[in-house]
Design a binder for this molecule. Structure first.
Ligand SMILES: [Zn+2]
Length: 203
C-alpha cells in the first residue's frame, strides 16, 4: 500500500519535471496543460518578463533546440508582468483565472504548432513572423485552433471577451484583435467540425 503510494508520487513528480513555472500562476498553468496530454513530456519553461512588445505572452523554442532533434526541443512561454489594454494596465497575476487560463491555452497552442515543424521550417517561420502580417494572422489562428481542438474553447472565448469588453477600448485595438484572431463564429465552426469528427470516431 505504502509502496504504491510512493511509486505514484514519484511518477507524478517525474511527469511534471518537464514543466517549470512561477509559483504564482502554477494552478492556471497546470490546468491549461491538462488539456494537452501530448505536451506531457515536452520541456516548457514559463517565465515572467518585465515587458513584451506588442503582446502579453510569447511562446518560442529555446535557441539551443535548433541543434537538437525536434522531439528533444524545449520551449519558453514568456509572460508579461503587466498587460496594457487600451491604455489601462492590468497585472497579469490579478487577471480573472479563466482569462489567464485561456491565454496560457493559446500559447500552448503555438507550441503544438511548433512541435510538428522541422528546425528549418521553424527558422523560416520566425523570419516570416517578423515581416508578414498575413503570416502572423495564420500563426495566431493556428494557435487558437489547436486550443479549441484540445477542448479549451470556453477559456479562449473568455479571454477574447475580456479584451473586447473593456470599457473605452479603442477602435484600432479592436480592429487588430479581430484581424489577427478567430471570431466567435469561426470558433463555433471549429467546434462543430471537431465534434463531427469525434462523433465519427465513436460511431
Ligand atoms: Zn499568439
Amino acid at each position: 500500500m505504502k509502496l504504491t503510494l510512493i511509486l505514484y508520487l514519484l511518477m507524478t513528480t517525474i511527469a511534471y519535471t518537464q514543466h517549470h513555472m512561477p509559483k504564482s500562476i502554477e494552478d492556471e498553468v497546470k490546468f491549461a496543460l491538462s488539456y494537452y496530454p501530448q505536451l506531457e513530456n515536452t520541456s516548457i519553461h514559463f517565465k515572467f518578463k518585465k515587458d513584451i512588445k506588442k503582446s502579453t505572452m510569447q511562446a518560442q523554442p529555446a535557441f539551443s533546440s535548433f541543434f537538437k532533434r525536434k522531439g528533444d526541443r524545449s520551449y519558453y512561454i514568456f509572460i508579461s508582468e503587466t498587460v496594457k489594454i487600451s491604455g489601462e494596465t492590468y497585472y497579469t497575476k490579478k487577471m480573472p483565472k479563466e482569462v489567464l487560463i485561456g491565454w496560457i491555452g493559446h500559447e500552448l497552442g503555438h507550441i503544438m504548432d511548433y512541435r510538428n515543424r522541422s528546425n528549418m521550417n521553424l527558422v523560416w517561420f520566425g523570419i516570416k513572423y517578423l515581416f508578414s502580417k498575413n503570416h502572423i494572422i495564420e500563426a495566431e489562428r493556428a494557435a487558437d485552433t489547436y486550443a479549441i481542438k484540445s477542448g479549451m474553447e470556453d477559456y479562449i472565448l473568455k479571454t477574447k471577451n475580456f479584451i473586447l469588453n473593456q470599457s473605452d477600448i479603442d477602435e484600432k485595438y479592436i480592429a487588430r484583435i479581430k484581424k489577427f484572431y478567430l471570431s466567435p463564429e469561426e470558433i463555433m465552426e471549429i467546434i462543430k467540425q471537431r465534434d463531427l469528427k469525434l462523433a465519427k470516431v465513436l460511431e
